[in-house]
Write a protein that binds this ligand. Structure first.
Ligand code: PEP
Ligand code: MN
Length: 476
């Protein structure tokens, strides 16, 4: 934790000034203000009742100067929650300050302000752009389920959406749906509530701020639950596309023997060319159901639009949203209303923030069972179908509690690269692998070049068990 102290006040000519030196702290006309950085957040707390708008402006400017290149945004929350909207504030007092690398938005004029939060991620965090000021109600560790329920009811009673997020030590309840800051003061006094804090990241429910512990997903299958995340690493194996029943059953029998418990195969294929094999549609889903019934697999299969999602939800155990649809917002919202877990693949040119924001769409609709999947991005590399961006795994883990898979098949496009990149993926902390396997890859209707043989998958599964064990994890 780093701590910086900033001060603001009037200089000897009565002009607004700000300093960050210790001498300023001793000068009583300057009010002190400290910023604490924890992970990527900066939390600022006013030490005294000094929150004039001018002082805050000066403080923020000083903070910018001290933070060098990092933009800082300060939100001030009053004790009494009698908030003003940002636009109100700026129009009435003209106090929204915008500099190149910095913008200060005061949510309240209040003199008693006790709390401010700033973010130094370099992202535009204006709540009007980010879909509302997101609040988190943190419950005491000893809060009862009944207390959590009644806080949720109060939130819903205010016309907002409550997202209870149980953690190992305490439950936090995310609030979405508020376009402007709303009066949530009442919540702080409810039994079991520890505090209400604003979350300043653009992604909210997916963030580690909202939930500290890794999410461990439980995927129900006919042969029991498959766990993903935390100590648990999952293997998903199967062909790129469902071609025939014989093909699927043959592959399923082999990957089952190697210990895979989740089976993949596209019934709906998003293809670059309209003349390429488009998948068998519902008939493909019926074939997957047979695989499920015969071998006890959980089925992972892609939905390409809202219509196919209805059917995928009915037949499968995990709904896959493919790279090409990562920013299909209506599909994401529909997946957010689905009752099954979602595997969300990273778009081929998506940034980390865009990826997490896509997941946020799903969670914000109430489906918290989301797994991310890195599947390679487009680069200038000329030896690989895509560049598998394994560095995103620890980056996601730093920012989010959601599990992340790696797909080395699409990530490389070449069979011989799948095993080495799988090793690296598990070593870097992936929570699962998505592997294309085909018993006759030369005859495959799609992605034969990157599909490994069942015997190669057996070797892969065996090695992954050993690598996971070194990291005190297990494959289930
Ligand atoms: C797939 O997994 O079948 C697929 C089409 O992958 P992606 O969306 O990553 O291209
Ligand atoms: Mn494929």
């Amino acid at each position: 934790m780093n701590s910086l102290t900033f001060c603001a006040g009037k200089d000897s000519n009565g002009r607004l000034a700000s300093r960050s030196s210790a001498s300023a702290i001793r000068d009583s006309s300057y009010k002190s203000w400290s910023l604490t950085t924890d992970r990527c957040n900066i939390t600022a707390r006013l030490r005294r009742n000094c929150c004039t708008a001018q002082a805050l402006t000066a403080i923020a400017i000083t903070a910018t100067a001290n933070n060098c290149s990092l933009p800082v945004r300060v939100i001030v929350r009053p004790n009494k929650w009698n908030t003003w909207s940002e636009s109100n504030f700026s129009s009435r007092l003209g106090l929204t300050v915008s500099l190149d690398a910095f913008s200060l938005s005061l949510v309240n004029k209040n003199i008693d302000a006790k709390f401010a939060a700033a973010d130094c991620l370099g992202i535009d965090l204006n709540p009007n752009h980010a879909g509302g000021l997101f609040m988190l109600v943190v419950m005491h560790s000893h809060a009862t389920e009944e207390q959590v329920r009644s806080v949720c009811q109060r939130i819903e009673g205010l016309g907002l959406k409550a997202h209870p997020m149980p953690g190992a030590n305490r439950t936090a309840i995310g609030i979405t749906g508020n376009k402007d800051a709303v009066d949530l003061g009442v919540l702080e006094s409810l039994p079991g509530v520890s505090e209400c804090i604003p979350v300043s990241k653009p992604y909210k429910l997916v963030s580690r701020e909202a939930k500290e512990d890794d999410t461990v997903l439980r995927i129900p299958t006919p042969s029991g639950d498959v766990l993903v995340g935390g100590q648990h690493v999952a293997l998903v194996a199967g062909p790129c596309a469902v071609e025939t029943e014989t093909q699927c059953l043959a592959i399923a029998e082999r990957v089952k023997r190697s210990g895979a418990r989740l089976f993949r195969g596209g019934a709906y294929k998003p293809r670059t060319s309209p003349y390429s094999f488009q998948g068998l549609g519902e008939n493909g889903l019926k074939i997957l159901s047979k695989v499920r019934a015969q071998y006890g697999f959980g089925i992972v299969t892609e939905a390409i639009d809202n219509e196919s999602l209805e059917l995928v939800e009915e037949y499968a155990d995990v709904i896959q949203i493919g790279a090409r649809n990562m920013q299909n917002f209506s599909l994401l919202k529909r997946a957010g209303r689905a009752k099954k877990p979602v595997l969300l693949k990273r778009g081929m040119s998506a940034t980390l923030d865009e990826f997490l924001m896509a997941a946020e769409y799903i969670l914000s609709e109430g489906n918290y069972n989301v797994m991310l999947c890195e599947r390679g991005v487009r680069t200038f590399s000329d030896f690989s179908r895509n560049t598998l961006d394994l560095a995103i795994v620890p980056a996601v883990k730093k920012r989010s509690h959601l599990p992340i898979f790696v797909d080395p098949s699409h990530g490389t496009g070449k069979r011989h690269k799948v095993l080495p990149l799988s090793r690296a993926a598990v070593a870097v902390g992936a929570d699962g692998l998505l592997i294309e396997v085909h018993h006759e890859p030369e005859k495959a209707l799609s992605d034969g070049m990157q599909s490994i043989l069942p015997e190669e998958f057996a070797e892969l599964a065996d090695e992954m068990r050993q690598i996971a064990a070194v990291l005190h994890r297990s494959i289930n």
